[in-house]
Write a protein that binds this ligand. Structure first.
Ligand SMILES: [Mg+2]
Length: 311
């Protein structure tokens, strides 16, 4: 039996977007019950301004899934043939992994790999769009023990802002994210050449699209990661950012395998997921033995020395 309820979560830091500031996040909490003491819970966390998927569409998919009568091992496939919506399937997948972890009394990370990591390196995200604010946020992150910060670029004064972050936190790893803001590979390359001397670990999604990414990567002084472009097996980027909302833990594991087979490194990030999505992301990262920093510090889990320890 599948039950769904809406849950509100507070974000660690307000999320500033083109349409306003998000302080709170709504997700859908899913419980799957197969029998007495046999259950698992999951979460769907679509973020419409980012992925274009409304919460109502996910809710409708979950309501349709609730009518399906299938044993646990066939449920995910049955749901996919009813409605192939990754954000909704993620909730089912998470609940199935959670159920298995409960039945086997083994953490999900260790179901994925017996020698899973017991802590995952995470980055702080700097939302400030001015030099002073970004510098202050970087100093705060460094004081809180973060060893990596992510800075948004492609929004103006990138060089000045990233340099201010570097000055405020000299030893920190700086990752930048353009969210595809640069429209041509040449524009991306000009910006990356300007940022490279500051010391940048990688640039997420400098441009959208496999071929454009491949072209940028070919000449970029900064390693390239793909995020919004979802082509993990293309080998077009040095690293691939994986997300639980794209098909749950199973989706992440499949994407990771494709990425690694194509020679790309992987790490995970949340789309401001709720606690269950973040926990799933941490366990997947630990099971995949991800060494790059993950964007999973968006909730309220404590960060120690730049890492979140798995519970
Ligand atoms: Mg990104």
């Amino acid at each position: 039996m599948l039950t769904v309820r809406t849950v509100k979560h507070r974000l660690r830091t307000p999320l500033r977007t083109a349409w306003g500031t998000l302080l709170e996040r709504e997700t859908l909490h899913v419980t799957l019950r197969f029998g007495p003491g046999d259950w698992g819970e999951g979460e769907a966390a679509p973020l419409e301004p980012y992925d274009g998927v409304p919460l109502a569409a996910v809710r409708a998919a979950l309501d349709a899934y609730a009518l399906i009568d299938a044993p646990p091992e066939k449920l995910l496939a049955a749901c996919r043939s009813e409605r192939d919506l990754p954000q909704a399937l993620a909730a089912i997948d998470l609940a199935l992994w959670d159920r298995r972890a409960r039945l086997e009394r083994t953490p999900i990370a260790k179901l994925i790999a017996p020698d899973a990591l017991d802590a995952v390196p995470v980055n702080a995200t700097i939302g400030a769009e001015d030099r002073t604010g970004a510098a202050a946020a970087a100093a705060t992150a460094a004081r809180a023990g973060f060893t990596c910060v992510k800075v948004k670029v492609g929004i103006g004064d990138d060089g000045g802002r990233v340099a201010a972050v570097r000055a405020a936190a000299p030893g920190i790893t700086i990752r930048v994210d353009a969210n595809g803001a640069w429209t041509t590979p040449n524009e991306a390359l000009a910006n990356l050449r300007a940022l490279a001397p500051i010391g940048v670990e990688l640039c997420e999604e400098p441009v959208h699209g496999v071929e454009a990414l491949r072209e940028v990567r070919g000449e970029s002084p900064v390693p390239i990661a793909m995020d919004e472009t979802h082509a993990p097996g293309s080998g077009a980027a040095d690293a691939v950012c994986l997300k639980i909302t794209r098909g749950g833990i199973t989706g992440v594991l499949e994407d990771a395998q494709a990425a690694r087979a194509a020679g790309s490194d992987v790490y995970l990030a949340s789309t401001y997921d709720g606690p269950l999505g973040l926990r799933a992301g941490l366990h997947a990262a630990a099971g995949l033995k991800v060494t790059r920093h993950c964007g999973l510090a968006t909730g309220t889990l404590p960060v120690r020395e730049g890492r979140i320890v798995l519970m």
